[in-house]
Design a protein around this ligand. Structure first.
Ligand code: FCB
Length: 453
């Protein structure tokens, strides 16, 4: 039996193999058919915001090429596809009048997915807030919570007869801090106070959105996608150990605790006291996630330092890294999955993103990406080990279907298992895509023959 077949057999029958994307990163069509601008449309125009000077105005032109893209998913044999809805495409001003043409786009996409045997997992917010809401204060203003609830209601009513799996938000930590503290993401604000408030409004919005989806569609399954990582101390000094605990509180527990009925973690509420006094608003909230989505790329190593969190990130010398500079550390993937299961026991878990940027070798019809094949093999193995540890992992979405607009890096970082030629919009399946197709086929084959014997 080949290594790939052995790996495939470690995933239980019914395990979902998918890929993930996000609306702003692939759709393009930024101003067509009544779509309103998002904060990313605005942010990309700010000089210096995107390292390549690009925008996502065209991206992969998926808005026009969705049929071809779904055909590629079928070719890979994907069982599921995680995509996001562009809020300003369906509600150009964020609230109020809906854009029928935008809703029809997602109708067609969902129908095409289902017609090709691909189960849609829909994220409501993957970072493209309507600019009109930003002008009222965006995520830092409490009115955004009800606006998100109304948006969730609209989309769940419209698509919920065909979509059963929902994620309210993608990576609230990144929305809050990359967008409002470090300022490298839209809306490009640098204010820690605002960032903590935004993280709170995001959690309130998750609650409002989940309630709206369940009210509209009682059978819906509602989750969220969090970016989680083990946080390791740089040394075993008490100062660095304490810094790692703060990093874990900031990145993991601040979101996991209130989503699992525990309210905000007390140590972090104390640390944030100069910035934030609304922690009690989530007291008593039970969370009740149907599933937890984990996005994992790398681990975090920290030492004691400055700033509101009094810590500094440490990059280990000589570590294996991807083309975006992130350390490759599959053991941490198993570790975070088993830790979340042990400490929080979510009913079901999905890997909602995992993947890697590499500079691929393009040669006419072939796009070779052995480094990505190696990355994915090792991370799928780590996930299989986590399943062996008892983690209720039900599916795995590779980031990402095709090379796309990687936020502040523009198109310079390629994460796809399909290559995108941005000049011609030609798509070519990379060797990692072929590897994935074989893994999926081997999994299917193993369970079909097991069922027959
Ligand atoms: C995650 C984002 C996703 C993509 C990957 C590389 O943080 O959710 O959109 O940019 O990183």
């Amino acid at each position: 039996m080949s290594q790939l077949q052995t790996l495939a057999r470690r995933f239980p029958p019914g395990f979902l193999f998918g890929t993930a994307t996000a609306s702003y990163q692939i759709e393009g069509g930024h101003d067509v058919d009544g779509k309103g601008p998002s904060i990313w449309d605005t942010f990309c125009l700010r000089p210096g915001a995107i390292s390549t000077g690009e925008t996502g105005e065209i991206a992969c032109d998926h808005y026009h090429r969705w049929r071809e893209d779904v055909a590629l998913m079928r070719e890979l044999g994907l069982g599921a596809y995680r995509c996001s809805i562009s809020w300003p495409r369906v509600l150009p001003s964020g609230t109020g009048a809906r854009n029928e043409k935008g809703l029809e786009f997602y109708d067609r996409l969902v129908d095409e997915l289902l017609g090709n045997g691909v189960r849609p997992f829909v994220t409501l917010y993957h970072w493209d807030l309507p600019q009109a809401l930003q002008e009222k204060g965006g995520w830092a203003e409490p009115g955004v919570v009800d606006a998100f609830g109304a948006y969730a209601d609209l989309v769940a009513r419209r698509l919920g007869d065909r979509v059963s799996d929902w994620m309210t938000l993608n990576e609230p930590e990144v929305v809050a801090y990359a967008g409002h503290h470090v300022g490298v993401h839209a809306p490009g604000i640098r204010d820690f106070h605002a960032a903590v408030l935004v993280s709170h409004h995001l959690l309130l919005a998750h609650r409002a959105g989940a309630e709206a989806i369940r009210a509209a569609r009682p059978a819906a399954r509602v989750g969220i996608a969090l970016n989680l990582s083990p946080c390791e101390p740089a040394t075993d000094s008490p100062e660095d150990l304490a810094a790692a605990t703060r990093a874990d509180g900031y990145l993991n527990r601040w979101f996991l605790d209130p989503l699992h009925g525990r309210g905000y973690p007390k140590d972090m509420v104390a640390l944030y006291a100069p910035y934030f006094d609304r922690a009690r608003e989530l007291d008593g909230y039970q969370g009740r996630l149907d599933f937890l989505g984990v996005n994992y790329y790398t681990r975090r190593v920290t030492k004691a330092g400055d700033g509101p969190l009094q810590l500094e990130r440490v990059e280990r010398e000589g570590a294996e890294r991807t083309a975006i500079g992130w350390e490759v550390h599959p053991a941490s993937f198993r570790k975070i999955l088993t830790r979340v299961h042990r400490d929080y026991a979510p009913r079901e878990m999905f890997v909602t993103e995992n993947g890697a940027a590499y500079d691929d070798i393009v040669d006419d019809d072939r796009v070779d990406d052995p480094a990505r094949v190696s990355f994915l093999s090792r991370h799928f193995l780590a996930a299989a080990e986590a399943i062996g540890d008892g983690v209720p992992l039900r599916g795995y979405f590779v980031w990402t279907l095709m090379d796309n607009f990687e936020w502040a890096h523009g198109t310079s970082k390629r994460f796809g298992i399909i290559h995108t030629d941005y000049r011609t919009q030609r798509r070519r399946i990379k060797s990692s895509g072929h590897w994935y197709r074989e893994l999926i086929a081997a999994h299917r084959g193993a369970h079909v023959s097991a069922a027959a014997t």
